[in-house]
Design a binder for this molecule. Sequence first.
Ligand code: NZQ
Ligand code: ZN
Length: 387
Amino acid sequence: MNNFVWYNPTRIIFGKDTHKNVGEETVKYSRNILLHYGGKSIKATGVYETVTKSLREAGVHFTELGGVQPNPRLSMVYQGIELCRKENIDFILAVGGGSVIDSAKAIAAGVPYDGDVWDFYAKGVKPQKVLKTGVVLTIPAAGSESSDGSVITKEDTQDKCSCTTELMFPQFAILNPELCYTLPEHQIRAGGADILSHVMERYFVPNRNTDLSDRLCEGTMQALMENLPKVLEERQNYDAWAEVMWTGNVAHNGLLGKGREEDWASHGIEHELSGIYDIAHGAGLAIVFPAWMKYVYKEHPERFVQFAERVFGIGKEGKTEDETCLAAIEALEAFFHRIGLPTMLQDAGIGREHFELMAEKACRNGKLGSFKPLTKEDVKAIYETAW
Ligand code: NZQ
Ligand code: ZN
C-alpha cells in the first residue's frame, strides 16, 4: 500500500427533508450569499421554493445567479465573479448537480484572485484563497459535492479543464434522495455511469497489496449496479435512491483511492468528447471506459480477472486469462446497455472528425493514466476502438 493523506472536510447531511434546513446550515458561514443554480429544474420541482424559504427564515440574504448549463461554461463563471465582488458576497450555495457545483467552485476561486480564473484550469496555477461553498445536491453523479475539484469548459476553444485543490471542498453537502425522483431517465443513466467510472478510475491501477480498498471498490460497484436499475424501474423508490446517492458520494469523496495510484485516463479522454460534443459526461464515459479496457487490459490482466470474479461472479474455469478479461468487459458493456446507454461513438451520433484534435488535447499535459500511461497515439487508438 502507498503512503497517503486522508482528508475530506465536507459535512454530509443525508436523508429525507434535509434540504429544508439549508438556511440553518448556511447561516453558520454567512448572511450574504450567492445562490447558484442551473436551468428550470429546481423551480419546476419546488426545490427552489423550499431552499429560498429556509434561507429567508434563517436571515440569510441571497443574490441569485441561475442558468448554469451542463458542462458549465467559463462565461458564467466570470459573471458570477463580478456579481460576488459587486455584492460583497463571501459564500456560494450551489443547488443542483456537478455543473452547478463546479461553476460555484470556480466563482469561489475567482473572486479573491487578481488574475484570470482560467489560470487555475489551463495553466496549473493553484488558488491561494477560495470562498466557502455549500451544496444542495439534486443529482447523484459527479461527486463534486464533496470532491476537491471543478471542471469548466471555455466556450471559444472548447477546452474542458479541471482544477483541484483542498480549498475547493464544500463546507457541507445536503443529500436528500427524494430530490432525485424528478430526474430525467437520461440523466439517471449518465449519472450511474459516472459513479461507476469514479470507482473504476481508482480500481484499475497497477498496485498490489490494496485489499481493503479493492473490496471497498468492488462493494461500491456492486451496490450501484444493483440499485440503479431499481430507480429506473420505480422512480420513487426511496431506499434504492438512498443507495445510489450515497454510492455516488463514496465513489468520489477520495476514500476509495487511498493507498493506491489512481488512473483517470478515461476521464481525460471523455472530457474532450463532452467539451466538443456537449454530451452528458457519464454517457461519454460509458463509451470511453469499455474501449479503454479493451486497449489496456493486457498490461495487468490479473486486475481484470479479479474484477470478473468479484464484481460479476465470472469464474475462470474453462477460460483462458484473456477470455476471462474480455468476459468482464462484455459484462460491463451489458450493464451499460441494460440501463440504456450506448457503448460506441457511432451509436451516440459522434463521428471520427476530431479524433486527432481530441487526442492531442487530452495529452496536453503529457501521458494519461497509470495503468498504462497513454500517449496521444494510444488515445487516438482508443477513440478508434470506441467508434
Ligand atoms: O439545469 P437544470 O434545469 O437544473 O437541469 C439539470 C441538468 O440539465 C438536470 N437536473 C439536475 N437535478 C435534477 C435535474 N432535473 C430534474 N430533477 C432534478 N433533481 O440534470 C442535468 C445535468 O446536470 P449536471 O449538473 O450537468 O449533471 P452532473 O451532476 O452529471 O454534472 C456533470 C458535470 O460534472 C463534471 C462533469 O465533467 C460535468 O461537467 N464533473 C465534475 C467532477 C468534480 N467536480 O469532482 C468530477 C466528475 O468526474 C465530472 O467530471
Ligand atoms: Zn466523472
